[in-house]
Write a protein that binds this ligand. Sequence first.
Ligand SMILES: Cc1cc2nc3c(=O)[nH]c(=O)nc-3n(C[C@H](O)[C@H](O)[C@H](O)COP(=O)(O)OP(=O)(O)OC[C@H]3O[C@@H](n4cnc5c(N)ncnc54)[C@H](O)[C@@H]3O)c2cc1C
Length: 296
Amino acid sequence: MEERDVIIIGSGMAGMTCAIYLKRGGLNPLVIEEGAPGGQLNKINVIENYPGFVHTDGPTLGAEVYDQVENLDIEYLYDKVTKVDLSKEKKVLYTAGGKELKCKYLVIATGRLSKKLFNDDDRYAGKGISYCALCDGNLYKGLDVAVAGGGASAMEEALYLADICKSVTMIIRGEALMGDQSLIDDINNKKNIKCVYKSNITEYNIENGKLTSVDLDTGDKLEVSGLFISIGSVPSADIFNVDKEKGFIIVDNECMTNIENVYACGDVIKKNVYQLTTAAGEGTTVAYSIIKKNKK
Ligand SMILES: Cc1cc2nc3c(=O)[nH]c(=O)nc-3n(C[C@H](O)[C@H](O)[C@H](O)COP(=O)(O)OP(=O)(O)OC[C@H]3O[C@@H](n4cnc5c(N)ncnc54)[C@H](O)[C@@H]3O)c2cc1C
């Protein structure tokens, strides 16, 4: 079994920042990532609130941070952690690729995942159901699409799609859009975005492997080629047996969980603000705490 001082699970803003600080602090972290470096950054169309960048997008910022990671020769393993044993002094991790790894310090930076509309949504991937306009929007150029959801992320998705697609219908469960007034104004000012309120999707209609329409509980049928689901997210914390509240990991002010030397940072923890700046800040806090402890 391979053994490391520090293993970081997740390579979003929190995990990458933590890795940069650890490496510069003299440690050799291993980062395990199941997808592409950047995590949710890969879904962000416009970023105007990350210091140092007047206007950028998630993939660009993610690539800049990953460049720093590469320059520092930080080691990566592209694999999914499926099980962890936190009961002993050395923590044990098992991956989908069949690896077993041991570490003294474990950093959970696994972020959040989009909520599904129906349990079997995965069956429709590539058939017209998507969770990321930035990733898949181009497939629906000039076509009619819908966005399920009425929060800030859903509005961002709709605005992005409106510049590519013929029309965007936002299907909103509640009576109003929820989020910054400036975003709501942008939605209301876009000629090809329509909002339908107090509506829930009850059925996807697929013909020849492609989405053709969705049924609503109002009795209406909406003809669309693509549906982008943006109804919130859940923390990716199921496999970690640590204290949690509503699924989010509880940490102290050094970002340590209730288990000694098991830390968590970013969107997976219980906190007030879920942003890139806070994810980077917590990644830094974790690294500083580990560096300090390791010197004792
Ligand atoms: C559409 C959208 C727009 C946003 N706009 C902004 C904005 O303008 N400004 C802002 O500050 N914030 C914004 N945010 C929020 C911001 O993106 C997040 O707060 C931040 O990216 C969280 O980073 P993270 O590192 O905690 O998690 P994530 O980015 O979720 O990264 C977690 C990583 O862990 C990996 N992972 C998970 N489980 C495992 C496992 N078992 N094994 C291996 N790897 C695993 C995932 O693949 C992922 O890469 C936005 C979010 C979205 C979705």
